[in-house]
Design a binder for this molecule. Structure first.
Ligand code: FA5
Length: 340
């Protein structure tokens, strides 16, 4: 019996050594150790073994069976390892391969300018106020001292919703809303969309953006206004930017001015972008708040004075990024927007 077991053991071990894959090992397991396997049938011969010998033979059978099982498992492990290494080699990622990349979105240059402007004025001590795009005629014109026959009130200049409501033509009505609800000192800015019946050209759009500024306190004068705007322009566009204040008329300020900055292309020398003038397009209007406006909002014009300004955010974006056509800001052409 011992010899039978030993021969069978040798035979199985040599077959394990010769096996070339996991399948052949599986077959060996079934062939020798399965219910109908050759090793199991050896057990059936136990009846021929003497009672004294039986425990020893039984132990030998168990040990041999365990040994064979271990050998098979070890070899299966070995095949698993080889298979894994092969797969890792095959699945290596080639990072140099030229795949189509997914483009990341980013904020529109107009929104970025609006945020930069607000942050600049916050750093100068201004607070940020929001106002509605649908306004009353009262806030957009009447309280701003606008004469009843002022051309800006005309149907051909303003988008009216009805007799009392319109799409605001500028951000100045937020001045009124603030002064009606807040006592001086006031120091605020308000940015947002504005609407006018303007023909589209390189510097005009029927929907554009403005940022309004208002300071009201005792002893506020024109030099406070000029100093604030000059500081803003030099900080925002660069120290070499010059400003030009041209006298102008606004119903809500007196005196009033329009402000230009040096041409972004030639920095004032004169080129074909500025048509030789050295100045870029008009950027903003400003002035000392008209006493009638202060009084209409319940503020004592003998005690308090104020300055105000309204800037075109689209045009500020154009100067900042050397864009010579406002349409580019609204076309949503990816090739243009990708530059920012
Ligand atoms: C006003 O709107 C005044 N409310 C500004 C103001 C506020 C003056 C406070 C005094 C005190 P104006 O119409 O000039 O002013 O417009 C101001 C700026 O908006 C212009 O300088 C320009 O930069 C911009 N702007 C005006 N119309 C358009 C348009 N159609 N497209 C793009 N930008 C425009």
């Amino acid at each position: 019996m011992k010899e039978l077991i030993s021969n069978l053991r040798k035979k199985i071990i040599s077959e394990i050594k010769e096996s070339v894959d996991k399948n052949s090992l599986e077959e060996l397991k079934i062939k020798y150790l399965g219910k109908k396997g050759e090793f199991t049938s050896v057990l059936r011969n136990m009846a021929n073994v003497s009672k004294e010998e039986r425990p020893k033979i039984g132990e030998l059978i168990n040990l041999t069976k365990q040994e064979i099982e271990n050998l098979i498992n070890e070899k299966v492990e070995m095949f698993n390892k080889i298979e894994l290494e092969k797969r890792i080699k095959e699945e290596t990622i080639d990072v140099t391969i030229n795949k189509k990349t997914i483009d990341m979105g980013h904020r529109h240059p107009l929104n970025k300018t609006m945020e930069d402007l607000e942050n600049f004025f916050i750093s100068m001590g201004f607070s940020v106020i929001e106002g509605p795009e649908i306004e009353t005629v009262e806030n957009n014109f009447n309280k701003l001292n606008s004469p009843m026959d002022h051309p800006s009130r005309d149907m051909s200049d303003t988008f009216y919703i009805d007799k009392e409501l319109l799409l605001r033509t500028h951000t100045s009505p937020v001045q009124i809303r603030t002064m009606m609800t807040t006592k001086p000192p006031i120091k605020m800015v308000s940015a947002g969309r504005t609407f006018r019946f303007d023909e589209v050209d390189d510097t005009h759009s029927p929907m554009f953006h403005q940022i309004e500024g208002l300071v009201v306190d005792e002893n506020i004068n024109m030099s406070n206004l000029i100093d604030t705007l000059n500081t803003f322009i030099k900080e925002f566009f660069g120290k070499d930017m010059k400003t030009r204040y041209r006298p102008h008329y606004f119903p809500f300020t007196e005196p009033s001015a329009e402000v230009d900055v040096s041409c972004f292309n030639c920095k004032g020398k004169g080129c074909n972008v500025c048509k030789g003038t050295g100045w870029s397009m008009e950027l903003l209007g400003c002035g000392m708040v008209h006493p009638n406006v202060l009084e209409a909002c319940g503020i004592d014009s003998k005690k308090y004075s104020g300055f105000a300004f309204g800037m075109g955010i689209d045009r500020i974006t154009m100067v900042k990024h050397k864009i010579n056509n406002i349409r580019l800001l609204y076309d949503n052409d990816k090739r243009f927007l990708e530059q920012f």
